[in-house]
Write a protein that binds this ligand. Structure first.
Ligand code: WTA
Length: 651
């Protein structure tokens, strides 16, 4: 009894419902379910008209646009004919409207050093940095790679590029020289901005040294700007290398924002694909900027007095949209932290929240699971009463981790916004609007206004409630990617060929009877056990609900009898694995989900192999489960860190 291709069985039942408090709703931007529904319905009836009105009101236009959407599948152009500038919208607009003295960035370095920048101060630095780029020959349309620690200068570099129409390509400062060179060459970057080193758990990571190696293989890069962050000795190539502080000292303070076409590329961001080669996801100026701003305001229910902290690094899309472009366009006060969550101790985040009185906190499930493992005492010794709203992004949050986040961090008072989106979507697509939509642990709840998701089978037909299928978007939206850099064919193939007319997100999802969406994992993470398609996340959630388990990953491995067998990898909160526990976990999944999902293999590991953005490396685990990767002695806790680091650059 196999399902039609593209459909999934669901086994997860989650009935807990958490409505926002009346007090929270009363103060929010969108105050009730009916208000949300009215807005969503209005937007769905005429998405172009909906976005047109917002674009006119929310962005600064040097030249107004004449056409809202030109849709030539799979290419969208939004706000055609208009000229704007993302750096202007993030900075000049606030200063012009009298908010220059408001704090834009509160920054804390890992060693404890701190900086605050007002909007006026940030603008002045961005102007100087943009002038410096121009003095090194950077022009509109040139690509600039950025490989920097989480310092204010990273945001300044991004905004300086945006100011003059240069296209930034931020490369997470943990990637290897090989990965940097690959990205430089694919994008034909002309310049790279880096730092001598960055702090990570008290150690200086030599960024400049890695860039030196990369530049041996990056013929298009002519200049390298180096921020002195750590005071490390560095190699110097005269003529090519320039200190950030020297350039900033000499640079002109005058650098008006260049009026840019709405569709001028704002940035490229490389992300993993299902083959090894990373995809350069291309984003636009006006559409992306509007989408990042509005989704920030809606989802984080932005209030002027908020101290907002998103823990993502600017090397990922979350850092682009919800550290820089979204919150700064909205005039928010953004906290930025440079280092590790366990430096010097495992309570660093809670210490930061207490000292800076953070009100909105946005992090990733992988971090939440680490916090749970480290123990509640790190949390409970801090006063977290300033918090009013919590967010999660990057992967599904297992209901048990959700409940911990809700209880320990949110004090049972803060709504949790579980935000589903992708590098490709530019901004959040589905999430609770915290004053309007009651949450269910593990569900990203409902689409934002202007977003029209559907769940379809492989023939493109919508499936019924409760049946899982492919998640697609039925209408273009302003924040959507504009293509893959230099690879139109791959863009069509990956996102538009299987479900013509609709954007294929690559995730499986289902919608329940209340219209809530549940993400079931990537399409290629699906297990097919005896003709039943099972979602990996449901099995993982069952495992994590066992008190001994900290983290779990489920993958399929070939099995003659069942097609696929279920292999799970488990890390424990504490203690050593034993046979009794192994049996108990198998029974636990069986009880929670059913015999069908019962794991065939249970492997214990000290830590799960993860990509640098914190996603579990499932391809590696699949290979291990299938016996294609030898992991040596499996009688003790397994350690995949060496295998994982070998594979980092291909994920
Ligand atoms: C997964 C991160 C479940 C999903 C912004 C998506 C999620 C991929 C969630 C994109 C969520 C992200 N619930 N799954 N709230 N958020 N994902 O490009 O599989 O790094 O397709 O963007 O992460 O990852 P990316």
């Amino acid at each position: 009894m196999s399902e039609p291709a593209g459909q999934l069985d669901t086994v997860m039942q989650e009935s807990r419902l958490f409505p926002p408090s009346a007090e929270f709703s009363a103060q929010s931007r969108i105050k009730s379910l009916s208000e949300y529904e009215a807005l969503w319905n209005k937007a769905a009836a005429d998405p172009s008209a909906f976005w047109e009105e917002l674009a006119k009101n929310e962005l600064h236009w040097f030249t107004p646009f004449t056409e809202t959407l030109r849709w030539n599948e799979p290419y969208a152009e939004w706000f055609v004919g208009g000229k704007t500038n993302a750096s202007y919208n993030c900075l000049d607009k606030h200063v012009a409207e009298g908010r220059g003295d408001q704090t834009a960035i509160i920054w804390e370095g890992e060693p404890g050093d701190q900086k605050k920048l007002t909007y006026a101060e940030l603008l002045a630095k961005v102007c100087k940095c943009a002038s410096a780029l121009k003095s090194l020959g950077i022009q509109q349309g040139d690509v600039v790679s950025i490989y920097m620690p989480m310092t204010p200068e990273l945001a300044i570099a991004m905004l300086a590029c945006a100011r003059i129409g240069a296209i930034h390509s931020v490369i997470f400062a943990g990637f290897s020289a090989e990965a940097i060179a690959e990205r430089n060459n694919d994008a034909k970057a002309k310049l790279i901005i880096t730092a001598d080193a960055s702090w990570r758990r008290g150690k200086a990571l030599p960024l400049k040294h890695t860039v030196d190696e990369a530049l041996k293989k990056s013929p298009t890069v002519k200049h390298c700007i180096v921020l002195d962050r750590v005071n490390e000795a560095v190699h110097w190539t005269p003529g090519r290398d320039h200190w950030w502080h020297d350039l900033m000292r000499q640079a002109s303070a005058e650098c008006p924002a260049t009026p840019l076409d709405s569709e001028a590329p704002l940035f490229i961001l490389y992300t993993s694909g299902s083959t090894g080669k990373p995809k350069g996801i291309k984003h636009s100026t006006a559409g992306y900027n509007l989408y990042a701003k509005k989704t920030f305001e809606w989802v984080f229910d932005h209030r002027a007095e908020d101290i907002y902290w998103c823990t993502a690094d600017c090397g990922w899309i979350t850092g682009h949209s919800y550290v820089v472009y979204g919150p700064l366009s909205a005039g928010a006060t953004v906290l930025m932290y440079e280092g590790a969550p366990n430096a010097p101790q495992e309570d660093r985040f809670w210490d930061i929240i207490e000292r800076h009185k953070v009100t909105v906190f946005y992090t990733a499930p992988t971090a939440i699971r680490a916090f749970i493992k480290w123990g509640d005492h790190h949390v409970t010794k801090h006063d977290l009463s300033s918090l009013r709203l919590l967010g999660s992004v990057g992967e599904g949050i297992n209901p048990e981790a959700w409940m911990w986040y809700h209880r320990l961090i949110g004090g049972e008072r803060c709504p949790i916004v579980d935000t589903w989106w992708q590098t490709e979507t530019g901004g959040i697509m589905m999430s609770p609007l915290p004053g309007a939509i009651a949450t269910k642990p593990g569900s990203c709840t409902k689409p934002l206004p202007g977003i029209i998701p559907q769940i379809v089978d492989a023939s493109g037909k919508e499936v019924d409630a409760h049946h899982g299928g492919w998640l697609v978007m039925a209408h273009p939206w302003p924040g959507m990617l504009r293509g893959i850099w230099g690879d139109d064919e791959r863009y069509r193939e990956v996102y538009w060929s299987k479900t013509p007319g609709k954007y294929l997100a690559g995730d499986n999802a289902r919608r329940d009877a209340d219209g809530y969406y549940w993400i079931m994992g990537r399409i290629d993470d699906v297990l097919n056990v005896s003709g039943h398609r099972l979602s990996t996340i449901e099995i993982e959630s069952a495992l994590v609900s066992h008190p001994a388990v900290a983290e779990a990953a489920a993958v399929g491995r070939p099995d003659d009898l069942k097609g696929e067998a279920v292999a799970v990898f488990v890390t424990l909160k504490s203690g050593q694995p034993n046979e009794a526990l192994r049996k108990e976990l198998v029974q636990h999944v069986r009880k929670q989900i059913g015999a069908l999902a019962q794991p065939d293999d249970v492997r214990f590991t000290g830590s799960l192999p993860k990509t640098r953005s914190g996603k579990i490396m499932r391809r590696l685990l699949r290979d291990i489960a299938a016996g294609k990767e030898s992991v040596g002695d499996t009688t003790t806790l397994e350690d995949y860190s060496v295998l994982a680091s070998l594979r980092q650059d291909e994920e």
